[in-house]
Design a protein around this ligand. Sequence first.
Ligand SMILES: [Fe+2]
Ligand SMILES: [Fe+2]
Length: 134
Amino acid sequence: MTWNQTAYSVGVEEFDAAHRKLLAVINLILLAESEGNLETAQMAANELLLYTKEHFQQEESWMRHQGYSALADHAKRHEEMTSEVLAFRIELRGQREEVLSRLKTHAPRFKKWLFDHIVRYDKMYASLATKGRD
Ligand SMILES: [Fe+2]
Ligand SMILES: [Fe+2]
């Protein structure tokens, strides 16, 4: 799955950039998994947590500023996703072989997770961003 501007743009350039950055980190985790490179996977998982937290905070503060009515629900989904990344990082600790097999099972779901969230929830605030532009 690659970036498709028409399908995934939320109308806020800064957030599109953050989503592309998250996708790049997830792709790095998947690549590291396919190469059996645990150290890179662990490093990328740390970055994923960092970027996820940063992006969610920025999105929520923007939505608050815009008076977005679905903010509470959206923030709850962000919280669930953050917990998943935290759990994933814990899964990357332990015996090398075990960790690599857990990585193989769990890493691919992050891509789906990101795109599902963008298409189902982030796109819902896109109308706020484009409102008043035309
Ligand atoms: Fe979001
Ligand atoms: Fe987002």
